[in-house]
Write a protein that binds this ligand. Structure first.
Ligand code: NAG
Ligand code: NAG
Ligand code: NAG
Ligand code: NAG
Ligand code: NAG
Ligand code: NAG
Length: 318
């Protein structure tokens, strides 16, 4: 091997993804919208069909990606083209029902099946679920079985209890020691859920064959629930807590940690997911198509001043 070739090889290894392709430094994340709650319909009349809390958009943007909103209640070919053009999908938290026809979980099912096929075909395609989106991943991974247990972990910030072997997980293996120490010892991960995924239930449906639980926590009654998990083969990740809230949600009655350490940890999760998305090379057929799809075509509404838990939301009518 010539010295030049050696240099090229080293450069390729340093800059390259697992596929050997250079990283995609213009990643785009699709964020799934969901049905409005009754409260939102009442407060923000406009016959909107779906919304995305802006904190999820900012969360992705702060890590160096752009956002395309994914609408609910669309055709199969719409979801196919979404998957073919974005570099990862994020399922946000919220309050949508999994059983609503044409809703959040229906759309997610169409996206998830395609994400699995892509990965099975060697096309690295990451998926992230937060809170309801994390619970949704269990629904999708079990082919639409509801394995959730009622629990109480509402408006509480907790440290994570890491599982044995968590340092071999993709999500935490490269995390700086400082981040892991903060996560393990400080109340930085904020929980807003009254359903939980228990390891017992996850194992009972065989989800443990394909997924590793990497951290747990306990609800107000001491029930242990899964806080983070990841697929063993595919770049699919879920967190029950809300990393996007630390930096971007400010409702005074919510105990959302805004300490410097909470923000550091929050940024770690955002950076991790976008780093995964840089390994994907999907793109829009043209710059015009990309521009037409980006979230910049929409203006967020300041919902926080009307008592919403979200400071800003994007509302969609189509
Ligand atoms: C919502 O749709 C109904 C029926 O089409 C219409 O009468 C009403 O004006 C719309 N409301 C708003 C706020 O656009
Ligand atoms: C889906 O669209 C149909 C008509 O286009 C509408 O009747 C239905 O309410 C919509 N469902 C949701 C969940 O938005
Ligand atoms: C989940 O676990 C709870 C006990 O924690 C049990 O009552 C419930 O039936 C389980 N649900 C499923 C679907 O396995
Ligand atoms: C899953 O857990 C097993 C056993 O601890 C470990 O060997 C493996 O590296 C883990 N994989 C991921 C992706 O977390
Ligand atoms: C975390 O919060 C709990 C109450 O939810 C409190 O008892 C505990 O002292 C806090 N821990 C730290 C390290 O601040
Ligand atoms: C939202 O809050 C602002 C300021 O308090 C008020 O002027 C406006 O009428 C409210 N809008 C709704 C839809 O409640």
């Amino acid at each position: 091997m010539e010295p030049q070739e050696l240099v090229l090889l080293v450069v390729a290894v340093l800059c390259g993804s697992a596929s050997g392709l250079p990283l995609n430094n213009r990643p785009i994340i699709g964020i799934l919208s969901q049905e409005l709650t009754d409260y939102m319909k009442d407060k923000f009349p406009g016959n909107y069909t779906s919304y995305i809390a802006a904190s999820y958009v900012k969360y992705v943007e702060e890590a160096g990606a752009r956002v395309v909103p994914i609408k609910i209640n669309q055709t199969e070919s719409y979801y196919e083209s979404v998957i073919d053009t974005v570099n990862g999908v994020l399922f946000p938290g919220g309050a949508a029902s999994f059983s609503a026809s044409g809703g959040y979980a229906d759309a997610a099912w169409k996206l998830y099946q395609r994400a699995v096929s892509k990965n099975n075909a060697g096309d690295y395609f990451p998926v992230w679920g937060t809170c309801l989106g994390f619970e949704l991943l269990t629904y999708l991974a079990t082919r639409q079985h509801n394995i959730l247990t009622a629990c109480d972990s509402e408006n509480v910030a907790l440290p994570l209890k890491f599982k044995l072997g968590y340092k071999n997980s993709r999500l935490y293996e490269d995390a700086p020691k400082k981040i892991l120490n903060i996560l393990a010892s400080q109340n930085v991960t904020v929980n807003f859920h009254h359903f939980c995924v228990t390891e017992t239930n996850l194992t009972a449906v065989g989800m443990d064959k394909d997924w590793n639980v990497t951290a747990v926590d306990s609800d107000s009654e001491g029930l242990e629930f899964v806080s983070s998990f990841e697929h063993k083969l595919h770049p699919f990740y879920g967190v029950q807590f809300h990393p996007e809230k630390n930096s971007f949600e400010w409702k005074a009655t919510k105990y959302i940690p805004h300490t410097a350490n909470a923000i550091l940890v929050q940024q770690y999760f955002a950076n991790f997911f976008v780093k995964e998305a840089r390994k994907n090379h999907h793109q829009f057929p043209s710059q015009d198509d990309e521009e037409a799809a980006l979230i910049y075509n929409y203006q967020p509404t300041y919902t926080g001043k009307n008592d919403s838990t979200f400071e800003q939301c994007y509302f969609f009518s189509d």
